[in-house]
Design a protein around this ligand. Structure first.
Ligand code: 5CA
Length: 437
């Protein structure tokens, strides 16, 4: 893509409500545009990043055997009346009427809808376990939407739902999801810590939030620093190993302020190991047994022909919130560096040229075509502007690798720079292999 053709409205004057750095950067680089309070359009640059995150989430869900589907955004109030949540959910639920006067709502979450799908399709224990998920827009009429897409009204969520015949089996599904989340966040370049959490309107008595550390986070957290050292890659994907993994994490103290207990924290964690900071909740998992299956009559036959209620859990990842969370974790001193796995482009070529001397631009175009042939996603900065402005702009756009075509690049040897490091001179083939890893 040529930068001159990319729809990327760079904004100089920030709106005053953009208080945290992710919101500021997303507005400045034209990743999003507010449409009304808490509701945003995703412009090409932001959309590209979000789609890459979505794809990693999808791959890691598929990897544990979860199956993707798609449920609608608009739901009938009937199923919410069955579960008893229609009244409980309160003002966060956007309630609407269709032309026949039927009560509908824009889904804030999908426990009821998936239970309805499941109860009409599955009758026997033989079909279990199942994990289904979708990646879909949600709407919550947040009382105080703030920080851009971090806490907004319309947001993009991956929500998964597990169905098992017993508590014991359901815990296995929970552990699989726990594992999948840690893998997902690590591929996005984030260190997310699972913390014991309150269950709120989703319900149940077992729940973990996945939190990344950030000064601007809304959750206060209390943790033993040992939890940051656990390496998720050392666990195998079998039930015994996953149980060990969850025990390893949950045996170390880590809790949000809702679950924090001062005495317990001080007794369990030595002063030197105590981490008290703030964090952003990027995912949340729940086990709630038959909270929905019971009132909604979601029964199956067990192996003795007896009707039992299905045991369910639900598992959310804030896909759109993650875009902002990644920025909070990676944007420092006016430089944003996207993790390679989700960067909007693999590399940007920055030629130094003027209207009267376009030699470097021509050379850049040749390099561009070479890299495109290798399926490398390249941005070429063909905008006629001085180099210092260009560098400032690319510090914000955040493509982690740059090929600078100026005085240091000669023939096949090109100046290659990773953001936040010094540049080096490399042949094009070396650059290609660096970009491919
Ligand atoms: N049904 C369950 C799990 S599928 C559920 O809805 N959980 S949740 O309420 O915790 O939301 C899941 C994730 O969505 C959160 O961890 C958070 O990352 C994201 N999220 C929740 N509310 C918002 C919001 N207002 N703006 C942006 N992201 C949000």
């Amino acid at each position: 893509m040529y930068l001159s053709q990319l729809f990327i409205p760079l904004i100089k004057n920030l709106p005053t409500e953009a208080k945290i750095k992710s919101h500021q950067l997303m507005i400045r680089t034209g990743m999003i545009k507010q449409s009304s309070s808490g509701i945003y359009s995703w412009l090409p640059l932001g959309f590209k990043v979000m789609k890459k995150i979505e794809q990693i989430v999808r791959e890691e869900q598929n990897h544990i055997g979860a199956q993707e589907m798609l449920m609608p955004t608009i739901q009938s109030s009937e199923i919410w009346k069955e579960s008893g949540r229609y009244d409980d959910y309160g003002d966060e639920m956007l309630r609407i009427k269709d032309r026949q006067g039927r009560e509908m709502l824009y889904g804030p979450t999908n426990e009821e809808l998936i239970t309805d799908v499941f109860r009409s399709s599955v009758k026997s224990y033989k079909s279990l376990p199942q994990i289904l998920y979708h990646i879909q827009w949600k709407f919550r009429d947040e009382i105080r939407p703030r920080f851009g897409v971090m806490r907004c009204k319309e947001f993009y969520m991956k929500d998964a739902y597990s169905f098992d015949i017993s508590d014991e089996d359901a815990k296995k599904s929970y552990n699989k999801m726990f594992y999948s989340y840690l893998k997902t966040f690590s591929r996005i370049g984030l260190k997310a810590i699972p913390m014991s959490a309150a269950t709120g309107p989703i319900g149940g008595d077992l729940s973990h939030e996945f939190i990344i550390l950030a000064d601007t986070g809304e959750s206060k957290i209390f943790a033993d620093k040992k939890i940051f050292d656990i390496d998720i890659n050392k666990y195998k994907f079998d039930d015994a190993s996953l149980t060990r993994m969850r025990n390893d994490f949950t045996n170390i103290y880590a809790a949000t302020d809702e679950k924090y207990n001062k005495d317990e924290f001080n007794n369990k964690v030595s002063k030197d190991n105590q981490v008290i900071t703030k964090g952003i909740e990027v995912g949340h998992i729940f086990y709630f047994g038959d909270k929905y299956s019971k009132p909604m009559n979601c029964f199956i036959d067990d192996k003795n022909g007896k009707k039992i209620t299905v045991k369910m859990g639900s598992y959310g990842i804030g896909v759109s919130r993650l875009v902002a969370a990644v920025i909070e974790a990676n944007y420092n001193n006016d430089v944003m560096k996207w993790p390679k796995t989700i960067s909007p482009f693999d590399v940007v070529i920055i030629p130094s040229f003027t209207k009267n001397n376009t030699e470097n631009l021509r050379k850049a175009e040749k390099v561009y075509l070479e890299l495109k042939k290798q399926n490398i996603d390249v941005l070429l900065d063909d905008v006629d502007e001085n180099m210092s402005n260009k560098f400032k702009k690319h510090d914000l756009i955040g493509v982690p690798f740059q090929i600078i075509i100026g005085s240091k690049s000669e023939g096949d040897n090109l100046e290659f720079k990773e953001l936040n490091s010094t540049s080096e001179i490399l042949s094009l083939s070396n650059i290609k292999s660096k970009l491919r890893i």
